[in-house]
Design a protein around this ligand. Structure first.
Ligand code: PSU
Ligand code: MN
Length: 312
């Protein structure tokens, strides 16, 4: 199959060539760059994640929307537009409008899944997915990431749902949506920056090859949903679960007092949590992203090795 760019989507030549040849490609989200981290860290992170994917033998495909075009495969040197004024956070619901209205934006997991699927990419990585928010009984705030995971058959590597979500409710929602969750060297759902939420995951694997085998089985069954691989943060960077919960509670309190809600809530809370923890959360966040991208690249390499003859 030849991957054609279109008026609304541009697939970088290197990514298109890799996909055509059945080589490993890893899609990366960009909302974490535009809305999740301070600019200096985000710029460094873009370079670092690019290197991590390449050193594992895969091709990175950073996804974002630039002036109304969905870019699949941005070079780290091209990310400046993500830090300009007016850059939006592009979730699944926002994709068409941001294209039609020529906006620029960082894509969330949901937005990235939609673009990566359209481009033919099988694997993506992120830090934490959006989930069912703490306080959702009143706010009804449930991330579109969960529904996107039920619609796009990619392997998605994460460290659970972001810190401001409830792991029990998020796990129940994934269950209801039929999303397969696999613990990578863990029996429980990680709590994003802390190693465990205590919520048991239904399946455990030890190697990237095992993940690839499950992904292949899902593909052969034409299962339309994602395979969510959850990996705990590296031990040396992981935060204490209680300390993290305290920082989240403090940040939520401040958000309530400042009446911040909707799509602006995550970026606000992340800033607050970084501040409350004196930067510890930021360091852990960067380590989590790097570890997840590394695992995603290893999985993509295994899939390309074993699955060239699998049905598309
Ligand atoms: N987790 C983080 N930082 C982030 C996000 C998650 O620690 O920036 C982003 C991801 O892009 C995720 C999105 O897909 O937040 C979910 O946003 P929402 O809850 O508005 O759907
Ligand atoms: Mn939300």
């Amino acid at each position: 199959m030849t991957r054609a760019s279109s008026p609304w989507m541009r697939i970088a030549p290197e990514v298109a060539a890799a996909l055509d040849a059945g080589r490993a490609v890893v899609a990366l989200e960009s909302a974490v760059l535009s809305h999740g981290l301070p600019e200096a860290q985000a710029r460094n992170l873009a370079c670092r994640l690019d290197e991590v994917v390449r050193s594992a033998g895969a091709i990175p495909a950073l996804v974002a929307v630039r002036a109304g075009r969905v870019e699949v495969g941005l070079d780290p040197s091209e990310v400046s537009f993500l830090f300009a004024a007016g850059v939006v956070k592009v979730s699944a619901r926002d994709m068409a409008a941001s294209v039609a209205q020529r906006q620029s934006g960082g894509t969330t997991v949901a937005g990235t899944l939609a673009a990566a699927y359209a481009a033919g990419i099988r694997v993506m990585a992120t830090g934490g997915i959006g989930g069912v928010h703490i306080g959702a009984e009143a706010s009804r705030d449930v991330s579109a990431d969960l529904f996107a995971l039920s619609r796009f058959p990619l392997v998605v590597v994460c460290a659970g749902s972001k810190a401001i979500c409830d792991p029990h409710w998020t796990s129940e929602a994934l269950d209801s949506l039929g999303v397969s969750v696999v613990g990578f060297r863990t029996d429980t759902l990680p709590a994003f920056l802390a190693r465990s939420s205590g919520v048991v995951v239904p399946c455990r694997v030890e190697t990237a090859r095992e993940v690839a085998a499950i992904a292949k089985a899902k593909m052969e069954m034409r299962d339309p949903s994602a395979l969510l691989v959850v990996q705990p943060p590296p031990p040396d960077a992981a935060m204490d679960e209680k300390e993290l919960a305290c920082a989240v509670a403090a940040a939520l309190e401040r958000a309530r007092a400042a009446a911040v809600g909707g799509a602006a809530l995550t970026p606000y809370l992340l800033r607050e949590i970084a501040e409350v923890t004196g930067g510890e959360a930021l360091t852990a966040n960067l380590a989590v992203l790097e570890a997840n991208v590394s695992l995603a690249a290893a999985v993509a390499v295994e899939i390309s090795r074993s699955g060239r003859d699998a049905p598309a």
